[in-house]
Design a protein around this ligand. Sequence first.
Ligand code: CDP
Length: 245
Amino acid sequence: MIKRAAQVKLIDEQGRRVDGRLPDEMRPLRIEVGKLKSADGSAYVELGSNKVIAAVYGPREVVPRHEVIPDRALLRCRYAMLPFSVAERKSPQPTRREIEISKVVREALVPAVFLEEYPRTAIDVYINVLEADGGTRTASIIAAATALADAGIAMRDLVAAVAIGKIGNLLVVDINGVEDQYGDGDMPIAMMPRYGEITLIQADGVFTKEEVKRALELASKHIDEIHRLQIKALKETYAKIEEGE
Ligand code: CDP
């Protein structure tokens, strides 16, 4: 049976969400750096039930050669959801959705990378979603930006992201799968926090001008906190290397 939004109670009498969170509360976020020894850089991100791993290879030779850009690096991103990552098995073939997410994740990262430092090379970012529960593109951006930094790629800033949702007239932070499915809007936002620069904004659903303004303020606050966790995860890794672990 197809459930309609009205049949799924997304906010209870206490103002709590389906997973007990308050509107302005993110799911727990865990970032681990350098999990993959064979990659030049990697990061594993858990955002609630989402589990995402990003691996970076490069700067390296561009194959096929005709894709070489003479004055900067070619940044390529591939986002893939593993067949067992969602309730209904997903075919391993890239879907339109995965192709779209690969494109927007790449566009969210490009402004942060000094591509001109690496002419005639390729930097490849492979993102795999092991488990999905709404917000995989934002978790992917967090993982990919951290993995790029772990690979030692020169960057203006890390990129952090969060999706703001809409339930009725209420804006909520970091929507999960159920809220994404039955809610009234989804606005993933990515930023370079040091510059306050937006590198991705998408919207599914109808948001008023006032709601967009509030969504950006809300996202910015949480993005600052995510940015802090990215830096902490990177620092912890390098502290371990110094200690000889
Ligand atoms: O993951 P994100 O919110 O960035 O993208 P979405 O296209 O809005 O997808 C929302 C959620 O739908 C995903 O995170 C998955 O939990 C779920 N989904 C699914 O169950 N099966 C698919 N084939 C695609 C998405």
